[in-house]
Design a protein. Structure first.
Length: 421
């Protein structure tokens, strides 16, 4: 929907967070004669006064109010769709999504493109709202898109990257099947797709657009601690500043995009070396009293907690702090990994999923302690973790029961972990 389509209309903006504020500013800049209504839970009836409703990502596309508005002929759009319709046509958009790893992948891609001399803006679900970048003349916009932004995407990225799929965000999407479908929707809207060959979920879908696979022997992959393009070695994995096999796989996605753009993946080693891990994403926050503290508060699924444990499994003992909002997650994969490594991994749990986790863990003879809050969990971890060990916060659940977001959870962990003696 072009700016001209909004001229003279009554526009509702549902949600006045970063996305809503960016939408209001864009309307002031490009459509000053529009009438703008700010919609919240307290005045949902005002939706009926709107010709067009700009929905923030946190508002589910499947809410009854949205479905009713559509039936009444009200146009529902988003800041993401307005960006794609009105962006500089010379700027190429590379959109990155996935259940986990999309922020790191998007950030590493933007960092690498800049190192290779390209002008780049990073936005979307990370950093700046995309609408703030509609007027940019940069060579590239790297856009991280959440499943919320993918679900009703009309815009067409030049390249769409899908790093993985796990069950997630059931409350917004209504079912795991719809969540997968909404994620894949971004790929079907793209000119070209970059997909992870090791992701079994992706193979369930028929992708009809031109597709390049990574983590496959014929494409960009990691073999014997070296990144390869087919059978051509590129550079050592040791150049990558990020730990964990999952991050090496994300790096393969980045190298694949670099190659598709006609740039040299072999020239990316120094960019990978200088990239710094994003906060709360398997981030080593410090050491104290011969214990290392790692903040992986972004972890909201059992799969990501297992990935974090595997990344740190170099023989040293680990105490895992896990637990959060209970969305009915299936913890079998995490419990099985803990059971297989019970000699070197201890578990400390937090509410609400802590009870369920602790019960399952104790049934498998995994050393487990239940706690009610972060300071208690950290204190106990400091007492039971052997010297030289690692205390890892990787909750395998959302934060919303005890914290407003995963950042606050990670900050609280750091506060109690590194509190001065």
């Amino acid at each position: 929907m072009f700016w001209s389509n909004l001229t003279g209309k009554t526009i509702g903006i549902w949600g006045m967070g970063r996305e809503g504020i960016a939408a209001r500013q864009a309307l002031q800049n490009h459509c000053p004669d529009t009438s703008v209504l700010e919609i919240s839970e307290s005045n949902l009836d005002d939706i009926n006064r709107c010709d067009i409703l700009i929905k923030s990502p946190g508002v589910s596309l499947y809410r009854p109010e949205i479905q009713t508005a559509l039936k009444q002929g009200i146009i529902i759009t988003s800041g993401t769709n307005l960006f794609f319709a009105n962006k500089n046509p010379r700027t190429r958009v590379i959109a990155v999504t996935g259940t986990k790893g999309k922020s790191t992948t998007a950030s590493l891609l933007a960092h690498t493109l800049k190192y290779l001399g390209q002008s780049v803006e990073l936005g979307g679900n990370i950093g700046r709202p995309l609408l703030e970048l509609a007027d940019t003349s940069a060579d590239f916009v790297v856009a991280e898109l959440s499943s919320y932004q993918c679900a009703d995407l009309i815009g067409r990225p030049d390249i769409g990257v899908l790093v993985n799929l796990y069950p997630e965000h059931l409350q917004w999407h209504g079912s795991h099947e719809r969540y997968y479908s909404d994620k894949i929707h971004m790929i079907t809207q793209s000119c070209q797709a970059v997909l992870n060959d090791t992701d079994s979920q992706t193979h369930q879908f028929d992708i009809s657009i031109p597709t390049v696979w990574f983590n496959t022997p014929n494409g960009i992959h990691l073999e014997k601690e070296t990144f390869y393009s087919g059978d051509i070695p590129l550079f050592s994995r040791q150049k990558l500043s990020l730990i964990g096999t999952h991050n090496a796989e994300n790096a393969c996605a980045v190298l694949t995009v670099i190659q598709m753009l006609g740039l040299s993946p072999a020239d990316c080693a120094e960019a990978f070396h200088t990239f710094q891990a994003l906060p709360h994403r398997l981030q080593t926050i410090g050491s104290k009293d011969n214990l290392t503290y790692v903040d992986d508060s972004i972890s909201t699924t059992p799969e990501t907690a297992v990935a974090a444990l595997k990344a740190l499994s170099h023989g040293q003992p680990i105490t895992l702090i896990a637990g959060g909002l209970d969305r009915g997650q299936d913890y079998t994969i995490l419990i099985d990994y803990l059971a297989a490594n019970r000699e070197k991994i201890r578990l400390i749990t937090l509410p609400d999923t802590g009870k369920r986790l602790a019960d399952q863990a104790q049934n498998h003879h995994i050393e487990t302690v239940r706690t009610s809050d972060m300071p208690t969990a950290v204190s106990i971890a400091q007492h039971i973790t052997p010297v030289g060990g690692t205390i890892l916060l990787s909750p395998a659940a959302p934060s919303y029961n005890l914290y407003p977001n995963f950042e606050a959870r990670g900050d609280d962990f750091k506060k109690w972990a590194l509190i001065p003696d």
